[in-house]
Design a protein around this ligand. Structure first.
Ligand code: SF4
Ligand code: SF4
Length: 251
């Protein structure tokens, strides 16, 4: 049912996985490499304030790794329970408690030469575990299975919620936008190629936009729509699209 199509539209998406391998494997020998994960966490939290889950679809090194496994993936339907609130919240709590426990344990080394090594090792190790578990899920289910309950994805959703409420994302957050709902032939290709198995064509809102917090703005549906009627636009542009089409229809 789901199609395997190219998702690597930029160099970052094509080669970002190398960063994952360096942090996860290189961290065995140089634990300080793991400290880079702190910058990643800061980066994804900041970008999501303005752009939702853009990071997941375009910058995340683990996402790049999982997508690169598509050729050998079974590309099956993602089990519903992995997308459930219970799985998402449960996994976030598990992750937070685990990190808190480990960081508390190394806090006693503060001020010593070993502190940064021990702290870095925690994050490098986490990167390695995600690489193995997420990689196995990618091969045996579909590449973006891990992303359904990834704690970093959940943090981005929370950050985006705040950005939305205080108006930060109004102009910057883009959504999949259709030229006109009437033009869609409901072929379902946008759903079949979507790494998150979302269904844009069944869920366009009054502004001709697909407003789903889980959309990672990866543009795979845009590249594969046979009519080329999809694009990524902010809310204002979406409303303008609609207006232009309505004017055209009245002529
Ligand atoms: S791929 Fe394009 S034409 Fe097909 S269902 Fe999606 S939006 Fe409609
Ligand atoms: S709806 Fe389109 S842009 Fe959003 S995740 Fe699916 S394929 Fe990517």
């Amino acid at each position: 049912m789901y199609l395997k199509v190219n998702r690597m539209f930029t160099s970052l998406r094509k080669y970002g996985w190398i960063f994952t391998v360096i942090i996860a494997i290189g961290g065995r020998w140089e634990p300080k490499l793991g400290l880079a994960v702190l910058f990643i966490m800061a980066g994804l939290t900041m970008t999501s304030l303005f752009m939702g889950r853009y990071w997941c679809g375009n910058i995340c090194p683990h996402g790049s790794l999982f997508d690169s496994l598509l050729p050998i993936s079974k590309n099956k339907k993602i089990p519903e329970f992995l997308k459930s609130k219970a799985a998402i919240v449960g996994f976030l709590l598990f992750f937070m408690l685990n990190i808190f426990r480990k960081v508390s344990a190394v806090a006693s080394y503060w001020g010593t030469y070993d502190f940064l090594d021990k702290l870095g090792f925690i994050f490098s190790n986490t990167y390695l575990v995600v690489m193995i578990v997420g990689g196995l899920l990618a091969v045996f289910i579909t590449p973006r299975t891990w992303c359904q309950f990834c704690p970093m994805g959940t943090m981005q959703k929370a950050s985006h919620f705040i950005g939305d409420k205080i108006g930060l994302s109004k102009k910057t957050n883009k959504r999949i936008t259709i030229e006109s709902i009437d033009k869609c032939i409901s072929c379902g290709k946008c759903e079949k190629v979507c790494p998150f198995q979302l269904s844009p064509y069944k869920n366009f809102n009054e502004n001709n936009q697909f407003d789903d917090i889980d959309c990672i703005q990866c543009s795979t549906c845009i590249a594969n729509c046979p009519l080329k009627i999809l694009s990524l636009e902010n809310t204002r542009q979406g409303k303008e699209y609609k207006k232009v089409y309505e004017v055209d229809q009245n002529y």
